[in-house]
Design a protein around this ligand. Sequence first.
Ligand code: AMP
Length: 360
Amino acid sequence: MQFKDLKIMPDIIKALEKENYETPTPIQEKAIPVILEGRDLLGCAQTGTGKTAAFAIPTLQLLSKENAPRTSKQNIRALVITPTRELALQIHESFHTYGQFTNLKSCVVFGGVSQKPQEEELKQGVDILVATPGRLLALMDQKLINIDHLKILILDEADRMLDMGFINDVKKIIAKTPPKKQTLLFSATMPPDIARLAGTILKNPAEIKITPVSSTVDTINQYLYYTDKSSKKDLLLHILENKEIVSVLVFVRTKHGADRLIKQLARSNVSAQAIHGDKSQGARQRALSCFKDKTLRILLATDIAARGIDIDELTHVINFDLPDTPETYVHRIGRTGRAGLSGTAISFCDFDEKGAAERY
Ligand code: AMP
């Protein structure tokens, strides 16, 4: 199967060729035709298997074919909502990449940074908006964003967007969209109660599930180390001595725990940086970008980095603390083993975490 067999328009094919995408991944092969038909969709596929392109490519194509002129009235036609700022940026970059030979304009808005440049961009007219919910609602309240004529609504990391932390904001956003629109939900995990809720916002949806939902890809080797809480730091230092570990993302439960661990590592002359909710957005983006371009070997993170973030050739993920839910485990380790590559996930488990380890 080739992208052209999916009836993708030449302008997009050209961009995919430039990215060296040779064939569609399974979720792309199944989702793209359904989306091009105009149907609502619940799409589930494992981490790192190309979900972003699965919704971005047909969205770009549908809007290109619509031929509606972009207006200067912030008349957005496609909206992608996502849980973290870093993921919003990454999805926006994907739209930009796949749509570089179309004349569609995409824009990204998220909190933690000045609103002014985002306002300026919106004023120029935007076809596709990628947003985190808080800043989106703030801009909507100020009448700087209008989604009255929205054609396509996409919830990425859909189970997260519909859980307790985000559902109220998402409901407020959906209430401002027109009833007639196409809604697309994508995720690697979908707990049954959230799937029921998802059913209430989709109309006669197609459901595409590639491999069992919430499963991990086979190319990730998973290891579990039982240890005392007090020995976790030394275990980490010991593992980091292995020079084959080219880059490693270390998940820590709390922001405070991440900062403390950075200091402990520094005392052993191991340099690392951390991203978490108490860091400025600039510091978060700088650390992530150094990690992505391999100038930083060790990145510590809370679960803000658990979902969606795509780091080329990330070899190792370490769960310094085990996550609270199996879904978060799936997402965290899914930062490695992406796009068909292999990866290693190592989890530390102390006495208090034994119950969690047995559940995952
Ligand atoms: P995603 O799951 O959307 O984050 O994508 C995971 C990785 O796979 C990203 O680095 C994409 O650039 C890459 N990717 C997505 N689709 C394809 C494709 N058809 N061929 C090759 N790489 C792809």
